[in-house]
Design a protein around this ligand. Structure first.
Ligand code: SAH
Length: 243
């Protein structure tokens, strides 16, 4: 049987990988991934064959994994976090199209939104939106529309891909849009390298976030009107105590 497993390896640490992801990686012979993710799993699965492409080689990586899996080699295509959230599960399914082989199984993982939230306290207790600030595949005008809609609905917002060397200024523009509907003192946080070496987080306000520099290893949290600082932690109240 030919099978491709698209596996979410979680944010970084082995402990944050699911048992299902670990068990599946154990039975795979080939692991295909972006080199940073391969480096995260390699110490735990040293005897596997590895194939890596640079960050922008997504299509090539997926095609390669599909081809090798088709020949009967149990293959893992690994993604950080969850493979269905800005990951390669969709692309693998698209590229296979209506063909019946290889079989594809998507194995979920812990995404940056929930692992970052746990680090901060509980900022996502109520409704929230996840928006990527990368305009590589989505036009910036669409991103702006989504940001405005989320802010209008007073959703907590998690921003993925908030910045990179090439994408300076995106976070600042996103904050300006949010500030049309949210107060400048809205509690926000920036979380970097979740569950990886150098993990750090910083609480801030929406007004200050506008001027902060962020990189591609960062996830940004923007609170709603019920988000508060409780004992140093970011908490969005759901209203349990009001009923
Ligand atoms: N599939 C991944 C997201 C990939 S998009 C997931 O479900 O988590 C890449 C973006 O995800 C990064 O720019 C960053 O915003 C976020 N991210 C992924 N892993 C992270 C980590 N360990 N620490 C902080 N942010 C992370």
């Amino acid at each position: 049987m030919s099978k491709l497993y698209v596996i979410g390896i979680g944010p970084g640490a082995y402990e944050d990988m699911t048992v299902r992801a670990i068990q599946t990686l154990k039975k795979c012979e080939l692991i295909v991934g972006y080199k940073v993710y391969n480096a995260l799993v390699r110490p735990y699965f040293p005897d596997k064959e590895y194939y890596e492409t640079p960050m922008t080689g997504e299509v090539q990586r997926c095609r390669y994994a599909l081809e090798r899996a088709k020949t009967g080699i149990p293959t893992a295509l690994i993604c950080s976090g969850d493979p269905g959230i800005y990951g390669l599960a969709g692309l693998a399914l698209e590229l296979r199209g209506e063909q019946t082989t290889p079989e594809i199984e998507v194995i979920p993982g812990l995404t940056a939104a929930t692992t970052g939230a746990a680090l901060l306290g509980s900022p996502l207790t109520n409704d929230f939106a996840v928006i990527s600030l990368s305009d590589l595949l989505t036009p910036w005008a669409t991103i702006e529309k989504r940001l405005a809609a989320a802010a209008q609905g007073d959703l907590c917002v998690v921003l993925y891909n908030p910045g990179s060397k090439k994408r300076k200024g995106h976070l600042s523009r996103a904050c300006q849009i949010m500030l049309k509907h949210k107060k400048p003192e809205t509690l926000c946080a920036v979380v970097r390298n979740i569950s990886r070496e150098g993990q750090s987080h910083k609480l801030t306000s929406l007004g200050e976030l506008r001027d902060m520099e962020v990189d591609m290893f960062t996830t940004v949290f923007i609170g709603n009107a019920q988000t508060k600082l409780i004992n140093g932690q970011m908490v969005t109240e759901r209203g349990y105590r009001d009923v």
